[in-house]
Design a protein. Structure first.
Length: 146
């Protein structure tokens, strides 16, 4: 093995270990219980073309719906120095999303952001056999009866 290959392998392992540590910190042992404590999931809704929040929610719902029982969808949102693992999506308006989840310290955290500036990383991950997969909850506003 040449020195260049050895250096690349060493860097790959170091980055891989750091990534695993970050992902493990965002997946506490009680993530499923925290997701369940947020409430019951809302049914999928159809989204008009100009409702960006509903489009994003529909995409995440579709990704989660296609998972096997031994997988969970990890949705990460990084704003500034804070990284949030989203466990709940709420769309109070067509252009605003409120994400509730846990940060890298395990604290419940909310991000309130216009949909246009929100960047999400969605990753299906295998859970350990004895662990219940955490499911993301989707909250839709109640229709007004005026």
């Amino acid at each position: 093995m040449s020195f260049g290959q050895f250096t690349r392998q060493l860097a790959k392992e170091a980055v891989g270990n750091q990534l695993k540590d970050v992902m493990d910190s965002l997946r506490p042992a009680d993530a499923a219980a925290k997701a369940d404590s947020l409430g019951n999931p809302a049914p999928a809704s159809t989204a008009p073309a100009d409702n960006l929040a509903a489009i994003v929610i529909a995409q995440v719902q579709a990704m989660q719906g296609s998972l096997k029982e031994d997988h969970e969808l990890v949705v990460l949102c990084t704003i500034g120095l804070e990284t949030l693992r989203a466990l709940e999506f709420y769309a109070p308006s067509p252009r605003l999303l409120v994400l509730t989840g846990i940060d890298s310290d395990g604290a419940i955290t909310r991000v309130i952001s216009p949909v246009e500036s929100l960047q999400l990383v969605c990753k299906p991950m295998l859970v350990q056999p004895s662990v219940k997969p955490a499911r993301i909850r989707f909250v839709t506003p109640k229709p007004r009866t005026d």
